[in-house]
Design a protein around this ligand. Structure first.
Ligand code: PLP
Length: 505
């Protein structure tokens, strides 16, 4: 707001020495902005909140709804009834994009348009820092991972023959993955993983080729193969390099679900690079909340630098305008983190993963259990519940053992997932045996998973381990009491929760 003229006039009211000091402080903030606009990447050090808010206020002032003398007579003029809502959005209300392109400039909103452009650039830089070299442009969409996968699968249609109605999917038991394919109107062809090392479920590249050539009857019937780099143990990060090479050879598309893989430099991110250098990758989709610590609501779609047409098509095919909210959350977060903060979060996560693994192995040993051996899953850890299940004797079924999950839940542990063998699940007409384990005949007994995801602290791990031990103790106690006679009301409630959990899994 302060022009040089305004500063000069202010000197008529307040001592010029003080005004001059104040103007220098403003100039420093201004320098942050010019550096951001000229370098177009994450600031080295994160910005303070005041600078971020000052910038957003100026950007909002560049949108027509905030002009002092604007008269809007269209049907969509960023009219916001509630002042609370306006404030929650920093008075940015035009959304992003135009009907022809979700990343296009919005004529009524120069400020919002600038936020979108900058956020896409900042995200691309964050991905690069996390190990994603030679990537093409990144596109942030106000849709979570599943919907972004659906849009991507729809966009790929343009580049495939009209007969390509099938998607070959490397099984990963998350309902969203199945629904993303079915909602895009494809037939789902499931490829089961195989066990090579320890308890780990790995990519069966030969089975992918067979699925394309034999099951689907050739590449012309296949839109793409969908692989995943992050998922629940015992599932490993897919061998995306081998699949990318196979897709290049077979001439089929390849979409990578990198949901929370960004936070795993060593595994997911570094394998993406040889995948698109040596093979075929059409698009990579990652969640904004799981990787960048923002509220749920967005995803980023990108690809290798040499093959950006699918990402472009997603941008152009997006029908209508989109919400700016997830973009703004990311803009604020990335400016606040800066490069140093982002690197530290990534490094800290590696440390916490190792810590969680060590601590859980200790608890497992005390409880007569073990950690599942899954060296190619750098985030999720599997913890066996075999001896606990044996303790149930004849009673081993999904409901009984998932009672353990609800005991953790009632101790305010969230995010663990108990998997019992033999669950049959139908999603959109497709039936899966052994649902939860990403494999129809997983040989190990029941287990639960926990994740060392970005933002998890060693204190979280310590508190989790304490609650876990107490859950083991109480589970055994309650179970032995129940065998001797009736269970209490608390158990009945927990069993109801357990049943709901099984139904929801
Ligand atoms: C979280 C996740 C999804 C679903 O993501 P949404 O953001 O909820 O749509 C899909 N696939 C995998 C592997 C995930 O981890």
């Amino acid at each position: 707001m302060f022009s040089p003229e305004a500063f000069a006039l202010a000197e008529g009211l307040v001592s010029s020495a003080y005004v001059s000091q104040g103007s220098q402080a403003c100039a420093r903030r201004g320098k942050l902005l010019t550096t951001l606009l000229s370098e177009r990447r994450l600031p080295r050090a994160g910005w303070d909140d005041k600078s971020i808010e000052a910038l957003i206020a100026e950007l909002a002032a560049m949108d027509s709804n905030n002009f002092l003398d604007n008269v809007g007579v269209g049907e969509r003029e960023a009219r916001v009834h509630s002042r609370l809502v306006a404030r929650r959005h920093y008075h940015l209300a035009h959304g992003v994009g135009r009907s022809g392109d979700v990343a296009a400039e919005q004529p009524k909103a120069a400020g919002s348009s600038l936020i979108v452009k900058l956020t896409n650039l900042l995200v691309a830089d964050a991905l690069k820092i996390a190990g994603m070299a030679d990537a093409g442009p990144a596109l942030v969409l106000p849709l979570a991972t599943g919907m972004t996968l659906t849009l991507t699968l729809l966009a790929i249609k343009k580049f495939r023959p009209a007969t390509a109605r099938k998607v070959v999917w490397l099984r990963l038991d998350q309902k969203t993955c199945v629904k993303a394919v079915l909602s895009a109107g494809y037939e789902l062809i499931v490829v089961e993983p195989r066990i090579v090392v320890g308890d780990q479920l790995e990519t069966d590249v030969d089975a992918v080729e067979r699925a394309v050539v034999e099951t689907c009857g050739g590449a012309a019937n296949v839109a793409c193969v969908v692989t995943s780099t992050s998922g629940f143990a015992p599932r490993a990060c897919d061998d995306v390099v081998a699949v990318a090479k196979a897709c290049a050879r077979l001439d089929v598309g390849h979409v990578i679900n990198n949901a929370y893989g960004v936070q795993s430099k060593a595994r997911s991110m570094y394998t993406l690079v040889p995948a698109w250098r040596r093979g075929r990758v059409d698009a990579v989709v990652q969640s904004t909340d799981k990787n960048f610590m923002v509220p749920v609501g967005g995803a980023v779609v990108t690809s290798g630098r040499e093959n950006t047409r699918v990402v472009e098509e997603v941008r152009k095919a997006y029908p209508g305008r989109a919400s700016i909210a997830p973009v703004l959350d990311l803009f604020i977060t990335l400016l606040g983190m800066g490069e140093d903060g982002w690197r530290k979060l990534l490094d800290d996560r590696d440390v916490v993963y190792a810590y969680m693994k060590r601590k859980l192995a200790e608890v497992a040993a005390e409880e007569g259990e073990r950690l599942l051996e899954t060296p190619a899953n750098p985030i999720s850890i599997g913890f066996s519940l075999e001896s606990l299940a044996r303790g149930l004797g004849e009673d081993v079924d999904g409901t009984k053992i998932s009672f353990f999950g609800s005991m953790l839940f009632s101790r305010c542990v969230s995010g663990t997932r108990v998997v019992a063998p033999g669950v049959r699940q139908t999603i959109g007409g497709v039936t899966f045996d052994g649902w939860g384990a990403s494999c129809s005949a997983y040989p190990a007994g029941p287990y639960f998973t926990a994740a060392a995801a970005i933002g998890t602290t060693t204190e979280d791990v310590d508190r989790f381990c304490a609650k876990l031990k107490s859950a083991f103790k109480d589970f055994r106690k309650k179970h032995s009491r129940k065998r001797g006679g009736g269970g209490g009301a608390e158990e009945e409630v927990s069993e109801e929760v357990a049943k709901l959990n099984v139904a929801a899994a």
